[in-house]
Ligand binder design. Structure first.
Ligand SMILES: [Zn+2]
Length: 84
């Protein structure tokens, strides 16, 4: 019975790896079910997933803000200050 449970249940290390992996590549249905089962029972990994999602959201906002900077305008300002 213990061997079957070990095969079904993910360790916390494997669960957190899957949390990150599923953001980048699709994972199998079995892995999704294992992860879902683990997250329903493990508060630590559930919190990890929430914090990881929050960090990703902040980073994506940061990237959006970075894209809006007009580098040409900045370059002009720098040249004007250099030549002043
Ligand atoms: Zn866990």
């Amino acid at each position: 019975m213990k061997k079957i449970m070990n095969a079904i249940m993910l360790s916390c290390m494997n669960a957190t790896c899957l949390i990150e992996k599923k953001k980048l590549v699709p994972i199998s249905l079995i892995k999704k079910m294992q992860l879902s089962m683990h997250l329903s029972m493990c508060d630590g990994c559930d919190n990890y997933q929430k914090q990881s999602d929050f960090i990703d959201m902040l980073l994506s906002k940061q990237q959006e803000n970075t894209k809006m900077i007009d580098t040409f305008l900045l370059e002009e300002k720098i040249f004007k200050k250099l030549n002043a």
